[in-house]
Every structure is written in C-alpha cells, then in structure tokens.
Design a protein around this ligand. Structure first.
Ligand code: HPA
Length: 265
C-alpha cells in the first residue's frame, strides 16, 4: 500500500518542504498566500477527510514568502471518531518528505482569572508547553517503544523567533500552556476550574497528538493558539459559530505573524 508521503511525492515530483503548517478552525485563509500552490484534497493523497465546518480538508504545496511549505488546510480530530494515527498522518508524511519544522495553529478557549491581564477573544498565544488530557498518544503501539523527550517540545529557539516575528508585525503575542481535551463538548465550569488549577492558559481539542508525532519524527515545533473565546470564573458559554467567527476575524493577524516567521526559520 502506498503511504501518504508516496502519494504526495507522486503528485509533486521533486519538492522538499521546509515546513508543514497546519491551519486550524477558521484559520484557513493563510492558504490563499501560498504561491504556485498545488492543491491536494486530503482524499486524493490518502489522508482522512474532515467533517468539521471551518476545516477545508486539503493540502497545499507551494511557497510562502519564498520558503517551500506544505500547508494543511484543516485537520481531522479525535472527536470525529478518528484514530489518533489518522490525526497525525499529515505530520508523519511531511517528515518523510523532508520537512524540518512543524508549525501548528488552532482555535482555543483562553482561561482567565477575572484579572485585568486576562486574555480577550481574538488574542494570539504562542504555546510554551502542553497538557495532554486526550487519553491518546500517537506513539502507543509502535513496534518498539518510543520514549520521546518532551521537555522542549515547543522549541525554545523557534519560540524566540516567533516572538520576534510577532514584534515585527506589531501584533501582541501571549505565551502559555495549552491543554488538549478530546471534545467535542466544550468544558464545564468545573473542568475550567480544574484546568486553571493545573496551569492551563488555553484549552482546545487538537494539536497535542500532532506535536508528539512531530517530536518523534525529529521535527522542530512552533505552535500558536488563536483564543476565540475566554472562560472566566463562574462559567461562560461557548459555541462553534463564535469560534469560527472570531477565528476568521483575527486569522489575518496570525497569518501575518506566520508570514513573518517562515522566512526566519
Ligand atoms: N474549548 C475547547 N476547544 C475550543 C474552545 C474552547 O473553549 N474554543 C475554541 N476551541
């Protein structure tokens, strides 16, 4: 059986991406900036199709600011009933094709304390570390155990470069810990209290398995959350429409940061 990387290579010929960029909920617009793009619908290269509104389900190969990239417009999630190996298939394929860097983006809920420095909807957050509450790990069941170190999973040097890129664009960039839950229901007030207590600054339903697979494959990782909503003490309602809406309004700011980041890789 042909692997995803082989399918992609068949379509692209000689093309070595420097980076894989994965665009989360409502953030797909950056894909429009990819030049000389070859568009590969997930289904045509053996990737599972996504069922989520706001997730296109296609892979673009081309250049962003002159840098060869693969751009994954939309992703599959555990809550779609997918196996964890399917959620990381694109990351593994990018590594096989020679990518060195994985840049992940997602929509997430910020976790505030009711303090003036709390996040507000539309803020950008650089992920400094994660909490894996998905109950999954893409390295389970590999033929030999992969005891991958995750101390600096979110590469400190890339984080410094990301801060520089954000500064160059004039867009403020928070930094914090991203907690991944399986979803798809949003969090209860009690779960938010628990997440705040254990040190989460944002909560979402993706990215963490991909980052683990990326580190296993030797890719350096930078990851960004667009905080589409904010959970405050006492509880807050969350809806997917709002996530998409704030995501697409604030998306151009994250896109600008990524365009500034990519040439600095
Ligand atoms: N929780 C989980 N996932 C999310 C949220 C949230 O509040 N906002 C956007 N994605």
């Amino acid at each position: 059986m042909r692997t995803v990387a082989q399918h992609i290579a068949d379509r692209l010929g000689q093309f070595t991406p420097k980076a894989l960029l994965t665009l989360g909920s409502g953030l797909g617009a950056l894909a429009n900036d990819v030049e000389d793009a070859t568009v590969l619908p997930f289904g045509e290269v053996g990737l599972p199709d996504t069922t989520v509104p706001g997730h296109e389900g296609r892979l673009l190969a081309g250049h962003l600011e002159g840098v060869p990239v693969l751009c994954q417009q939309g992703r599959v999630h555990l809550y779609e009933g997918r196996d964890v190996s399917e959620t990381v298939a694109c990351v593994r394929a990018a590594a096989e094709l020679g990518a060195e860097v994985f840049i992940a983006t997602n929509a997430a809920g910020g976790i505030g304390d009711g303090a003036p420095e709390d996040p507000t909807p539309g803020d950008l957050m650089l992920i400094a570390d994660h909490l894996n509450f998905t109950g999954e790990n893409p390295l389970i069941g590999l033929p030999t155990p992969h005891f991958v170190d995750l101390k600096d999973a979110y590469d400190p040097q890339l984080r410094a470069v990301a801060r520089e890129a954000a500064q160059a664009t004039g867009h403020p960039l928070r930094e914090g810990v991203y907690a991944a839950l399986r979803g798809p229901s949003f969090e209860t007030p009690a779960e938010i209290t628990w997440l705040r207590t254990v040190g989460a600054n944002a909560v979402g339903m993706s990215t963490v398995p991909e980052v683990i697979a990326a580190r296993d494959a030797g890719l350096r990782v930078a990851a960004f959350s667009l905080l589409t909503n904010v959970h405050l003490p006492g509880g807050s309602t969350t809806d997917h429409e709002e996530v998409i809406d704030v995501g697409s309004k604030a998306g151009p700011r994250l896109a600008a940061v990524l365009r500034a980041l990519v040439p600095r890789l």
